[in-house]
Design a protein around this ligand. Structure first.
Ligand code: CTP
Ligand code: CA
Length: 227
């Protein structure tokens, strides 16, 4: 009974999930990164696989284990993540959970930058990284369902709506990551789903439960057409 199609509603569907941070090198020993444990993205990849999807997880550097039943591509930088994601097209589902660094360093040093006593180093010059979600949302091989996350510290709904439109996504999973929520790095999450059809607030749940509900919603939408 466990293997009946009813329990594998995503059988035959291909999914791409990004997770974790990216690391943008300054020199061989230093980098710029966002805070991200990878827990939510990894849980989503695993939940999609449990529903029968063929999942590739493109993960930045994390300390957690690779999830079961999923193909994992390990990358460091946003540019590597973008290339890995594009190489997975065509796909039916894209869930971009990674906390991609918005900028990378121009002129990365080939050798460790040495401390000169009393003299600060030259300021870092930054350039914008490619927006992977936006690329996928507007791609000619756009997956049927494109889902992004939005980590916000304020104006969660307004910022989430802007991202939905700008990135060509079907759904934005927004969460408030301001320090007083205690969400960042933990095992729980409280999300607000923003789609063209409206807004849905989910209660605070474990990240595995959020993943399970999101995977179920993805299966429902894919099997009945978008709404
Ligand atoms: N994202 C991405 N590539 C980037 C930046 C973001 O794929 N270079 C994706 C994230 O994985 C997430 C969504 O875009 O699904 C929103 O990321 P977020 O950092 O919240 O939004 P930004 O567009 O980068 O805007 P800002 O950081 O200024 O809020
Ligand atoms: Ca960002």
């Amino acid at each position: 009974a466990l293997l009946s199609p009813q329990h594998k509603p995503l059988a035959g569907k291909r999914a791409i999930v990004t997770s974790g941070p990216t690391h943008e090198p300054i020199d061989p020993v230093r980098y710029i990164a966002n805070r991200s444990s990878g827990k939510q993205g990894h849980a989503i990849a695993a939940a999609l696989a449990r529903l029968g999807a063929e999942v590739t997880l493109v993960s930045g550097p994390v300390t957690i284990a690779d999830p079961r039943g999923v193909t994992v591509r390990h990358v460091e930088t946003a540019e590597e993540m973008r290339a890995a994601v594009l190489s997975c097209l065509p796909a039916d589902i894209a869930v971009m959970v990674a906390a991609v660094a918005d900028w990378r360093v121009v002129g990365t040093a080939g050798q460790k930058i040495k401390k000169q006593p009393g003299e600060p180093p030259a300021p870092l010059v930054l350039t914008e990284n490619p927006d992977i979600l936006k690329t996928i949302g507007h791609h000619e091989q756009r997956p049927t369902l494109v889902i992004g996350f939005a980590a916000e510290t304020e104006n969660v709904e307004a910022n989430g709506r802007k991202k939905l439109a700008a990135k060509g996504a079907d759904l934005i999973v927004a969460n408030d990551v301001s320090p007083d929520t205690g969400i960042m790095g933990g095992d729980r999450n409280r999300v607000r789903l923003i789609s063209h059809g409206g807004i849905e607030d989910w209660p605070e749940l474990g990240k595995d439960a959020v993943a399970e509900r999101l995977a179920a919603l993805i299966a429902e939408r894919l099997n009945q057409g978008k709404s």
